[in-house]
Design a protein around this ligand. Structure first.
Ligand code: KIV
Length: 274
């Protein structure tokens, strides 16, 4: 069954948890879709885990479109959400609608995600009016890394906690179908989840969110530059890849790969004439 903004809404009503993972390419998206994840996020974390940048700020619209297109080709049932990169929606409401439209029209995303609360509500309303579902993103929003002075947990002080709750309500009023809550205390994640009608998707926001999202390279042990506290390793694919690559190098060096079963044959007579 295709996951949609309507099935997200129903999941919250029925108290069913939602699962979301990031993906940036066709093969990975296909595996995740077949495994039954509800949603795939083509996150701007692409900048860090795929392109090797130190934060998410440098990823471009062209790169997001390129990777989203690859993901949507591999997906049948998951709801594909594409991130709006830094500066693709801050400059004007017009730019926001135009760039959101590109992610849907050129890359076939089902929905877009953008970061921020009250300050981006005009953009959210305009994108929703253009019939594009919007996912909000509050808390430790990585595009604000320079304002936060690093990747720091948000909402621990009374004023900032109140601000995040207010922002969640404003986003809901503006028409988002869901809100990602990142890097906030678990108790704050619970309060927000209980006070908005749209599903919250947590990443470092505790178990009471309506769903969870993780960056797949983090949860499968494929990205070792740093590991945030909220990441659980569900498998060690990085180790398995390293072992496979070492075995390949060894067999090529020893001359045991490729074997006969990996080689193509030709008539002996033809060879003799060469
Ligand atoms: O870009 C991303 O991967 C994200 C998730 C961390 C929610 O926004």
């Amino acid at each position: 069954m295709k996951n949609t903004v309507e099935s997200f809404k129903q999941a919250k009503i029925k108290g069913e948890k939602l699962t979301m993972l990031t993906a940036y390419d066709y093969s990975t998206a296909k595996l995740m879709d077949k495994a039954g994840v509800n949603s795939i996020l083509v996150g701007d974390s692409l900048a860090m885990v795929c392109l090797g940048h130190k934060n998410t700020l440098s990823v471009t619209m062209e790169e997001m479109i390129h990777h989203t297109r690859a993901v949507t080709r591999g997906v049948e049932n998951a709801l594909v959400v594409a991130d709006m990169p830094f500066m693709s929606y801050h400059t004007s409401v017009y730019d926001a609608v135009k760039n959101a439209g590109r992610l849907v029209k050129e890359a076939q995303a089902d929905a877009i995600k953008l970061e921020g609360g009250a300050s981006v509500c005009e953009q959210v309303k305009a994108i929703v009016n253009a019939q594009i579902p919007v996912m909000g993103h509050l808390g430790l929003t990585p595009q604000s890394v320079n304002m936060f002075g690093g990747f720091k947990v948000q909402g621990r002080a009374l004023e900032t906690a109140k601000q995040i709750i207010e922002d969640a309500k404003r986003l809901e009023e503006a028409g988002v179908f869901s809100i990602v809550l990142e890097g906030i205390p678990a108790a704050l994640g619970k309060i927000i989840t209980e006070n908005v009608s749209v599903p919250t998707i947590g990443i470092g926001a505790g178990k009471n969110c309506d769903g969870q999202v993780l960056v797949y390279q983090d949860m499968l042990g494929m990205f070792s530059d740093f590991t945030p506290k909220f990441v659980k390793r569900f498998a060690n694919i990085g180790d398995i890849m390293t072992e496979g690559i070492k075995n390949y190098i060894k067999e090529v060096n020893e001359g045991t790969f490729p074997g006969k079963e990996h080689s193509f044959s030709i008539d002996e007579e033809i060879i003799n004439k060469l």
